[in-house]
Design a protein around this ligand. Structure first.
Ligand code: SF4
Length: 332
């Protein structure tokens, strides 16, 4: 089995609200091996982005704070690094592609400077070498006139172009770990495919890992090796991608998969999961999914289940009183 690249243990992140702190992410543990693409899925507000920002040390300046946990990469716990140490890790060791390009592009700097600075920080290739690499990576993300784009300020680019520049910046140093948070949602499908292909190419060349955060289960099925499903800040199921789609065990996962349209199925109205993700400040007691779960029992409403191995499977875990543990996978 390939070597572990990232190992996250017991991550807990809280945010300050008017009446105190609320927990956005709790008891989150997972790992990514070299050459692996791990999908992190769930509805908006399930804690996927907060998990990534916590690992990247990007909660500074927000009301959030990591209160527990570890995130090991190359023998270092990222959660214990200083700002300066974290800056040296970002880019070459790990980089993040955000949903919103403006969160990582500096509006006052031309694209060339932003791209070449990132490249020069981690490579001894000189100004000209950095410029050539910047041009190459812009072309790789489908930007037709790379020279003109290099001379532009972010506000002179369309939303789709800015997104591609930001992706180029994140991939320019060919990081060991790429964290991509809904990386291509704003782009049209041909560019989406091109960028996913580029990420997979870098992964192959460098034997790197990808943490792909998305709500698009089609992308997950195509790209990922394993999947972690999050609900209300907790991991509720973890499984190899083929097993998860063939036989989702947790009622939330089953609901997510059932709501994906299938070509030729003849189904006109797709089933949906009733209700919505709970507000962080009024989390239910017990299983956080109980108010939306048709299998909920009194025990589910009173005590929160642990994440445990599914019986008979060395690769699957589930957080459920009814379908976990001894009854693993016995949903009819
Ligand atoms: Fe549903 Fe109970 Fe399982 Fe929660 S623990 S998902 S409420 S069956």
């Amino acid at each position: 089995m390939a070597e572990k690249l990232l190992e996250v243990r017991n991550l807990r992140t809280e945010f300050k609200r008017e009446k105190g702190f609320v927990t956005a992410v709790s008891d989150v543990s997972f790992s990514i091996r070299k050459g692996e693409v791990l999908g992190l899925v769930g509805e908006s507000g399930c804690g996927k982005t907060v998990t990534a920002l916590s690992i990247m040390g990007l909660l500074m300046g927000t009301s959030g704070r990591v209160t527990q946990g570890e995130a090991w990469l190359h023998g270092r716990d990222l959660l214990k690094l200083s700002r300066k140490e974290m800056r040296s890790v970002r880019g070459r060791d790990v980089s993040m592609i955000f949903q919103n390009p403006m969160s990582s592009l500096n509006p006052c700097m031309r694209v060339e400077r932003q791209l070449t600075e990132a490249i020069l920080l981690h490579n001894k290739c000189g100004r000209e070498g950095a410029r050539a690499r910047a041009r190459q990576v812009l072309e790789a993300v489908g930007i037709p006139d790379a020279d003109r784009t290099l001379k532009s300020y972010p506000h002179q680019l369309s939303g789709g172009m800015s997104q591609r520049v930001m992706i180029a910046m994140a991939l320019s140093c060919e990081p060991d770990l790429m964290i991509a948070d809904e990386p291509t949602t704003a782009l049209d499908v041909t560019i989406q495919a091109q960028i996913m292909e580029l990420m997979l190419e870098i992964k192959e060349q460098r034997n790197s890992g990808i943490l792909l955060i998305t709500h698009d289960l089609g992308v997950v099925a195509e790209m990922c090796t394993r999947v972690v499903v999050m609900y209300a800040g907790r991991i509720v199921e973890e499984a190899p991608v083929t097993e998860l789609f063939a036989d989702p065990v947790h009622p939330y996962t089953a609901g997510l998969i059932a709501s994906v349209p299938k070509i030729g199925s003849g189904v006109r109205v797709l089933p949906s999961i009733p209700g919505s993700v709970p507000d962080l400040s009024v989390m239910p007691e017990g299983c956080k999914f109980a108010p939306r779960c048709r299998y909920a029992t009194e025990k589910c409403r009173q005590s929160e289940p642990e994440l445990t191995a599914v019986l008979g499977s060395p690769t699957r875990k589930i957080r459920c009183h009814v379908f976990g543990g001894e009854k693993g996978g016995a949903r009819s």
